[in-house]
Design a protein around this ligand. Structure first.
Ligand code: GTP
Ligand code: MG
Length: 427
């Protein structure tokens, strides 16, 4: 089965910084602390959308960010939370962590939401830090940084559109003109023996998946030629593009060709003859094509639209693609795939990494502390304020960093390095 694969990077929103401010009151030189908390940074979600069928959109938009939270405000007002980012993907999309290859989410239903990255927490404003010991703290936390993650998203494609017709009608040539698919093309019948899938994009940003099918012949519904198994593939498409060779090559009759195919569709059952169909009168660049088309129009009694094209001169190709996209939009309003066409619902939750720290001795003998938890603490600390530094030291103690440093031989007065910055160690 054809797989559409895209690599993207997502980033959750940074939490807004907490504010440090004091109430202004008449006759009170310094009122109580009144700085509000920062807003939460936006999360990143994936959402199943049955109206979509490709990942094409992501190919043009590879870094996707949720909104940052706003900073806290005066009067203990909290900053606005950042908007969550909802990335819409077709049903059948699997989201992988690109680095570890682990599955983060498997989108198997319309509207299914999977949280992939949480936004950063808002920093606390100074109003929160007031205590009986310190009634006027002039310190606020910074917002927690957002997270970034490289993803690989994959979609197992089911074709929206089936390109069908007699052998040698020009089906493979057509898909090669409207998509990046490059199937074998040759001037003899039965060149194509397995379906070729291609992603087709319109200029107005829509996209769909087309399958170039092997040629059908009379008796296909009874197993003639390569028939049966491909009729089964056609069953899974929503719109049929029926290619008819108007050049009447080697004495063929375009009207009879078209009728043969439609009779086979009807004989197969499953109401394939009722599927929306666009009749493509192909090879209009050939000498006899115009008069053959005139005759075809006279004889044809069905109600499918007929569109004359040439894959060689590209005549009407754009028009055809738009027409097919429109037909598709119309059919998508109705459900086509049975619910059991998809794997059972599974949701993999993303476990936010634990926040350990590591300590090792640098080349110059200095103890160095690193780690995700420390990094976060570092980013949220306002080192310009004495209170910020004090709180930072206390958190290091709580996290066990201080004890670990001591175990490794650190003594008061020694230099330690935390994320590249040098500090004096003291107990
Ligand atoms: N003049 C002209 N020739 C075309 C056009 N489209 C396709 N052909 C030719 O028709 C022949 C058959 O084309 P294919 O695309 O391989 O036909 P197909 O329907 O995929 O054939 P099968 O896979 O065998 O069923 C090739 O020689 C093409 O070059 C067209 O618009 N104009
Ligand atoms: Mg072919």
């Amino acid at each position: 089965m054809f797989i559409d694969i895209v690599k993207i990077t997502i980033r959750s929103g940074k939490g807004g910084d907490g504010m440090s401010a004091f109430r202004r009151e008449k006759y009170v030189p310094k009122g109580g602390p009144s700085g509000g908390n920062g807003g939460r940074g936006g999360d990143v979600y994936f959402v199943g959308d049955e109206g979509l069928s490709t990942l094409l959109e992501f190919r043009y938009n590879r870094l996707l960010k949720a909104e940052d939270g706003e900073a806290g405000k005066n009067k203990k007002m909290q900053g606005k939370d950042g908007e969550n980012l909802f990335l819409k993907v077709p049903v059948g999309t699997t989201v992988f962590n690109a680095r570890t290859g682990k599955v983060l989410a498997d989108i198997t239903a319309n509207d299914q939401k999977a949280l992939i990255l949480k936004g950063g927490r808002g920093g606390r404003g100074n109003a929160v830090f007031a205590s009986s010991r310190n009634t006027a703290p002039d310190y606020a936390e910074k917002g927690e940084p957002g997270k970034e993650l490289d993803l690989q998203i994959e979609l197992k494609l089911l074709a929206d559109v089936g390109i069908i017709g007699m052998p040698n009608a020009g089906k493979s040539t057509l898909i090669s003109v409207i998509s990046a698919a490059r199937p074998k093309i040759a001037s003899y019948p039965f060149t194509t023996i397995v379906p070729n899938l291609g992603v087709v994009g319109t200029d107005d940003g829509r996209s769909f998946v087309a399958a170039d099918m092997p040629g059908l012949i009379e008796g296909a519904s009874r197993g003639q030629g390569l028939g049966q198994q491909f009729l089964r593939h056609i069953e899974r498409t929503r719109v049929l593009v029926h290619v008819v060779d108007m050049s009447a090559f080697e004495g063929r009759d375009p009207y009879e060709d078209c009728k043969t195919i439609n009779d086979e569709l009807a004989a197969y059952g499953h109401k394939l003859e009722k599927r929306p169909q666009v009749i493509v009168a192909n090879k209009m660049d050939m000498p006899e094509a115009e008069s053959n088309l005139e005759r075809f129009r006279r004889l044809y009694k069905g109600d499918h639209p007929i569109i004359p094209i040439s894959s060689v001169t590209k005549k009407n190709i754009k028009k055809l693609v738009y027409l097919v996209a429109d037909e598709l939009a119309e059919t998508k309003k109705k459900a086509l795939y049975e619910p059991d066409a998809f794997a059972p619902y599974v949701e993999y939750t993303f476990n936010g990494e634990k926040e350990p720290f590591t300590i090792r001795r640098g080349d110059d003998g200095i103890l160095e502390v690193e780690g995700e938890g420390i990094e976060k603490l570092f980013a949220m600390t306002d080192f310009a304020k004495h209170e910020g530094v004090r709180r930072f030291a206390r958190r290091l103690k709580e996290l066990g960093v201080e004890a670990e440093l001591k175990k490794l031989g650190a003594e008061t007065g020694d230099t330690v390095r935390i994320l590249g910055e040098e500090f004096d160690f003291s107990e």
